[in-house]
Design a protein around this ligand. Structure first.
Ligand code: NAD
Length: 298
């Protein structure tokens, strides 16, 4: 097993890094939030004071950051990954960001002699904890094959979507659909409740009918229906509403460039923009259910 530098230890990064430790990798960690790195240190990781320190001595570097600007800083900043020798290192960015930033950073990394892949994930915090994430990987064949050897310790399904940036595009399409499906699931459940149905019974009906979908099956947005879902834990922890808004924005940006029609994605994005403006950015994205409940009562 090699040495992995893991940068970005939030809701997703921390359990992913923990799985690498469990698999026997040496893990060097860095996050702007001291406590997050200290927690990993208590589990056996080496806590580093800077990106540079984390990357030194690592053969693989994984980043799990909120958005494109963070990836730019972490890769291209004065203390960034590419500010030092990276020849022969495997660089994996698992953040969900715009494909342009990925291609720009990837090109610079490859010019320096590194192997680069974008490898955004699907599966949420539960998937990160259980090492059952789906990785959607962009990069050349050699980089993909190398990345697969590390990613398999954090995930179950690893797809090669195409060249650098293709992983992001696959992920963006998936999350456009997820945002639409979550909005629809909240809408249907709220309509049922307003008309006297028990949300548990309605959920069971729809799960055995043609309305079945991932949000309903594994991530029910109505509190109390599914004990393990963020909805039953005050919508924490999970995939924050601000991240879903970001991803829907990425979908709309991509659609503008390719002149694709995305009316449903636009509607879902507007719903999430409104929900975020009402102070729900840090809540799990299934908290959109509360938006429907509030609207119904007004
Ligand atoms: P998060 O905000 O919980 O974690 C991001 C971490 O990055 C934070 O701890 C932050 O301190 C750290 N960070 C930011 N800038 C940094 C810098 N310059 N140097 C070092 N650390 C820095 O976010 P998350 O929920 O873990 O999501 C991470 C990525 O994964 C996002 O792109 C998100 O869209 C994607 N994603 C999240 C989920 C989910 O369910 N949470 C699911 C799939 C994909």
């Amino acid at each position: 097993m090699g040495t992995v530098a893991f940068i970005g230890l939030g809701n997703m990064g921390a359990p992913m890094a923990q799985n690498l430790l469990s698999a026997g990798f040496k893990v060097r960690v860095f996050d702007l939030v001291f406590e997050l790195a200290a927690q990993l240190e208590s589990l056996g990781a080496t806590r580093c004071e800077s990106i540079n320190e984390a990357v030194q001595g690592a053969d693989t570097v994984i980043t799990m950051l909120p958005a494109g600007q963070h990836v730019k800083t972490v890769y291209l900043g004065p203390d960034g990954i590419l500010s030092q020798e990276t020849k022969g290192k495997l660089l994996i960015d698992s953040s969900t960001i715009d494909p342009e930033t990925t291609r720009m950073v990837g090109q610079k990394a490859i010019e320096q002699g590194a192997y680069f892949t974008d490898a955004p994930v699907s599966g949420g915090v539960a998937g990160a904890k259980a090492a059952t994430l789906t990785f959607i990987v962009g990069g050349d064949e050699k980089a993909f094959n190398k990345a697969e050897q590390v990613l398999k310790h954090m995930g179950k399904n690893i797809f090669h979507a195409g060249g650098v940036g293709a992983g992001q595009m696959g992920k963006i399409c998936n999350n456009l659909m997820l945002g639409i499906l979550m909005s629809g699931t909240c809408e249907a459940l709220n309509l049922g409740i307003d008309n006297g149905l028990d949300p548990k019974v309605l959920s069971n009906i729809m799960l055995q009918s043609s309305g079945r979908n991932w949000a309903l099956e594994l991530y029910n947005p109505c509190p109390g229906v599914m004990e393990t879902a963020p909805a039953s834990n005050d919508y924490k922890p999970g995939f924050m509403s601000k991240l879903m808004l970001k991803d829907l924005g990425l979908g709309l940006e991509a659609a503008t460039k390719s002149q694709s029609s995305v009316p449903m994605g636009s509607l879902a994005r507007n719903l999430y923009a409104f929900h975020n403006m009402n102070g729900n950015e840090e809540l799990d994205f299934s908290s959109l259910f509360e938006f429907y409940q509030t609207q119904s009562k007004e």
